[in-house]
Write a protein that binds this ligand. Structure first.
Ligand SMILES: [Zn+2]
Ligand SMILES: [Zn+2]
Length: 136
């Protein structure tokens, strides 16, 4: 059964036709800036499984000057949607908050905790914490 999701204004709608591979909380500085809050819950997709069903023309992307993944968002409402690798691998990390209902995975780690917002306390939830990117 496919997952569905979209942006805040409803202009962009997408479908993911394979279960998400894994999920993490990301505390990196880019996720803080991108979301305006302390951390972002992201889910790894199977390459090729995410399909835009509506609003392709509304998609914009912030492309970092280094080799960081492009951050795709809706240009009408600003909602973060997913990130995508720039190495042709087709890897995408979808923002869990963009998905309708249950994404079928739960965040199982916290990454970039060395960069966590000073004003927030990371919950004592037992999830493994990685100072930089989650390995694997
Ligand atoms: Zn939108
Ligand atoms: Zn991040």
């Amino acid at each position: 059964m496919a997952l569905t999701g979209g942006c805040l204004c409803g202009g962009v709608r997408f479908r993911i036709d394979a279960p998400l591979v894994s999920s993490s909380w990301c505390h990196c500085t880019r996720c803080q800036r991108r979301t305006g809050t302390a951390a972002s819950a992201n889910g790894a997709t199977v390459p090729g499984s995410l399909h835009v069903e509506q609003g392709e023309e509304l998609l914009g992307a912030f492309v970092p000057s280094d080799d960081g993944w492009a951050k795709v968002f809706c240009t009408a409402c600003g909602a973060p949607l997913w990130s995508e690798a720039r190495d042709g691998s087709g890897k995408r990390g979808v923002r869990l908050g963009a998905i309708d209902g249950d994404p079928g995975v739960r965040p199982s780690a916290r990454q970039y905790v060395d960069y966590a917002a000073v004003w927030d306390t990371i919950p004592d939830d037992g999830l493994p914490r990685f100072p930089e990117r989650r390995p694997g």
